[in-house]
Design a protein around this ligand. Sequence first.
Ligand SMILES: Cc1ncc(C[n+]2csc(CCOP(=O)(O)OP(=O)(O)O)c2C)c(N)n1
Ligand SMILES: [Mg+2]
Length: 685
Amino acid sequence: MAFPDLPAILRERTLRTEEIESESPAALLRIYAWMHLARTGDNRILDLFRQGFIKGTVAGGQGNEGLIVPLALLADKERDVVAFTHRDFGGHLIWSGHLVEHLNQYFANAASPTKAREGNVHHGDPANRSLPMISHLGAMASNVLGATDAQRRLGHASIGFALFGDGGSSTGDIHECFNLASLLSLPVIFIIENNGYAYSTPVSEQYAPGTELWRRASGYGIEALQLDATDVIATARTLADAIERTRRTGRPLLIEAKTLRLRGHAAYDTCDYLRPGEADAFLAADPLPRFRAALLEAGHAAALQHLEAELDAFIEASIRVAHGTPRPQPESQEFDVYAPSAPPKPWIPSIGSAPESGAPQVETLTMAQAINRALRKVLQERPESLVLGQDIATYGGAFKVTDGLLADFGRSRVFNTPLAESACTGYATGLALGGFRPIEEFQFADFSTEAMTQISLNAATYHFRSGARVPMVLRLPCGGGLTFGSFHSQELESVFLAMPGLKALYPSTPQDAFNALLAAYEDDNPVLLFEHKGLYRRGKGPVTWDPDYARIWEPRIVRPGSYASLVTYGEMVHLAEEVAAYFLNEYEIEIEVIDLRALAPLRLELIDASLARTHRLIVLHEGRRTHGFGAELVSRLTERHFFDLEAPPLRLASLDQPVPFAPELEQAHRPTRESVIGQVADWIG
Ligand SMILES: Cc1ncc(C[n+]2csc(CCOP(=O)(O)OP(=O)(O)O)c2C)c(N)n1
Ligand SMILES: [Mg+2]
């Protein structure tokens, strides 16, 4: 069905500063029209939810139109960045798309912007820099920071709008973002939609009485102001000025907007926590009828009547179209958890920074040096690459893996981040959405848990829920055996890979590490690159230009054998080789050692072929046994080879406890040459 024609008044989606300064009637009627559309749309969505046509729940923006409509009209939709909240239906309507497309989202129709994979207001338009929300409050602000920075780096005079509520203002991410935006001097307007409540929690239980949210900004070196978003014209003037100022200064700004939430938290909210008379006071302050009354007073009765009738007919016609739009078909659902990667661009066939002239260049490097070389190559040959992380610039990183990169590539491309893993990962995600390809170093893999939401819920799900790509590499120095204790030694692959959408590589040699960085870099998804700290300087190995570097996504036979297939990865590959050598020398038993290399997506064909020869499976890894990655490997392989196996699979891993500190304790905790030999010998029987 064709989309209903847009009423003439909705064809304009902008508001110029001069128009609001002069209070031009056309501009005021335009603002009113979009407010009316948003309000009536929200109300009709609530009706449709109550009638059972819309599922889940709906959280409306009734009462917030006085803020979001002028803001979205004033924003430059061709270059600015925004992340709307669940109160900002009006903002979505103005930013892009036809009402039917937005309704498709609520109906969860096949043609919805999220392909019906997300409901309610969880859509956006990432191609036009409207970044979709996830439920986790506060999580989108850092994406706005990154995408705004990306726009600025591309030479656009863009600004970003990071919206969140009074409740969201308490999240750690928001505080991290205030600091990050100020530190990096990013032109982002933080807008707190302070409607007095977070679900049922009044602001008196959200932050200390006597404090005010906008005053927080001064501690971060950010200018701030407060506005009353129930006064539409004053709000529009203040916003126009704030936008112009932010575009000019390039500095962040915080606006605390006093706004309203007229229909409670969401469709199911009983609102019985409100104080007596409070609901009436909200209704009395409602910006829409007040603005309408002012327009009537100014003599626009006929125009209002006409536009309301036209808009209401448009809304009903759009609802009819959305209603008749096909439902999603499970059988036709594309399985696009991962973004398909674009065909790789050619690299200069060299491991160095200079084009190679003749014979293949082979150098003997540690793994740390090999990764440094790969980073250098990426920075040299890919202008959209950025390297960021704690202490990675002047200092060269805790493990010196980024040594010298700052000197050669400059601080705009190789830069330190503050100690804020969550916001910095969200910021990197925003950079990736904006056309850059960040490589973020976590000082230790352990600290990536600080960015759990950003990695596994936000970045990892981006493509599935919006179609946008998040190409970024998260470098994770991991693993134990170095007496670093429980918070600097963990293996976190099974924690992250329990969530869909992430890819993961775990190289065990300098050559593989070099290849892995290139392969991870050119993938269009977030890729976890596990780097075992014990391997960084554990001897050297040959590194050369390998045209088949992308084979790193498949396992490799390290050592052939006929008796059993031992599947492992990371530092344990080297231990497995020693164990296999022992069994060959002592018992003439040949164990085939397979280095998995890619933990996600799993490619098991080579292991299938190995098991078809050996009929015996050993899985070895350094992470804990319970819920460890071996559980997945053993069950998948057993499902495929159950009737062929001649012995129960053997699963070797660390103990089910935190990684202990003392060398004696840690030695007993992790698989060692002796413990693995003992367990394999018992298993052979
Ligand atoms: C991190 C996080 N914790 C809890 C929730 C559950 N939750 C959803 S909305 C909401 C209240 C939000 O209040 P506020 O930020 O003031 O926004 P408002 O709904 O008032 O616009 C809560 C607690 C969530 N979405 N995210
Ligand atoms: Mg609130």
